[in-house]
Ligand binder design. Structure first.
Ligand code: ADP
Ligand code: ADP
Length: 224
């Protein structure tokens, strides 16, 4: 069974704007899916809906068989979300901020989990550093660590490399590719074709709120 199942999902905002138009998509466990589309295409609306932050106007989304509206707490706990904005808990140490975030999800303190998450992101040697002292790239890794602190099965990354230079972008690609070995399902949004090409197994193309196509990367690249 797919880990995320989206059926005829539409979103009309209060001002009448239709940001998603009958999107249907299954996401398989363990895959890396890139949602590719220009600014304003509806990518953030789609992932915010799956995370339960935005309510669907029509259609449905299930996560591991649970409806995101009626079973919100259960589905939200299965999801880690890396937002576009950088965090501001500047004075905390890397270890403490990740441990604290785990607690926000009602999970018991577990230093071994925090250690594993930090090691998977090559942050272990920075565990005692204050976040404000880290480089931009390391701060982005901390955001991912926070999203993984409660051991979600699905990780969403919203435009993980928007506005970063090429060196840091390549670094982030490597981080994402490394994470797949931990077995987590990864869904990222991007408006960079080469980013989708570098890290995704499948690419979904979104424009004007419509999912135009979803294909295995190789098949899609041959057509372009
Ligand atoms: P919902 O339909 O999910 O309740 P709303 O339509 O109420 O969402 O919008 C949530 C907030 O986003 C409101 O404060 C709204 O004014 C604001 N907003 C309106 N238009 C936009 C836009 N184009 N982009 C981002 N935010 C917007
Ligand atoms: P993307 O992530 O692909 O840039 P978004 O999902 O952020 O796209 O936005 C899709 C469209 O929906 C945009 O035209 C945006 O202005 C509009 N939009 C986003 N949030 C709101 C809102 N709360 N109310 C009205 N329109 C919105």
């Amino acid at each position: 069974d797919p880990i995320v199942s989206i059926k005829a999902l539409s979103k009309r905002y209060a001002n009448g704007f239709e940001a998603l138009k009958s999107v249907t998509l299954d996401i398989e466990k363990g895959e890396i899916l890139a949602l590719l589309g220009p600014n304003g295409a509806g990518k953030t609306t789609l992932i915010s809906t799956i995370c339960g932050i935005v309510t669907p106007s029509e259609g449905s989304v299930t996560v591991a068989g649970h409806d995101i509206v009626t079973d919100y707490r259960k589905t939200r706990a299965m999801i880690g979300l890396v937002p576009q904005e950088l965090t501001t808990d500047a004075f905390e140490s890397v270890f403490d901020t990740v441990s604290f975030t785990r607690g926000l999800f009602g999970k018991k303190r577990d230093d071994a989990v925090v250690e594993r998450v930090l090691k998977s992101l090559s942050l272990w040697d920075k565990k005692d550093n204050k976040i404000m002292m880290l480089s931009g790239g390391m701060k982005r890794r901390v955001l991912i660590a926070k999203a993984l602190a409660h051991e979600p099965e699905i990780l969403f990354l919203d435009e993980p490399t928007a506005g970063v230079d090429m060196e840091l972008r390549k670094d982030m690609w490597e981080v994402v590719r490394d994470l797949r070995r931990t077995g987590v399902t990864i869904i990222l949004t991007t408006h960079y074709i080469e980013e989708a090409e570098e890290i995704a197994d499948r690419i979904g193309v979104i424009n004007n709120g419509e999912l135009l196509l979803v294909e295995e990367k190789q098949a899609l690249m041959q057509k372009m």
